[in-house]
Ligand binder design. Structure first.
Ligand SMILES: [Zn+2]
Length: 85
């Protein structure tokens, strides 16, 4: 896991859940560790997780092998009752 962090520094700070190495490439399952996010509409910070979605980062290459990163991102809901979101 430390080797992955060294080779793919943009994955630092993520929780690596699985690394599967196949002949066609490498598949990395990771998740963000964000505990709060700021609402894009009103700017209020929220810690309420609304859901999760998986983002695929497929533009990563490692030593000629294709690396598929399946990144689970937390989605936060705005805590401000006045907010239109
Ligand atoms: Zn808001």
């Amino acid at each position: 896991m430390e080797i992955i962090s060294a080779l793919l520094p943009h994955l630092m700070g993520l929780r690596l859940e699985a690394v599967v190495v196949r002949a066609v490439g490498v598949r990395i399952t990771a998740a963000t560790q964000t505990v709060r996010a700021r609402c894009g509409a009103c700017g209020v910070w929220s810690t309420t997780v609304h859901g999760r979605y998986v983002r695929r980062l497929a533009d990563v290459r490692l030593g000629g092998h294709e690396v598929l990163v399946a990144l689970t991102v937390r989605r936060f809901t705005c805590a401000n009752a006045e907010c239109w979101r």
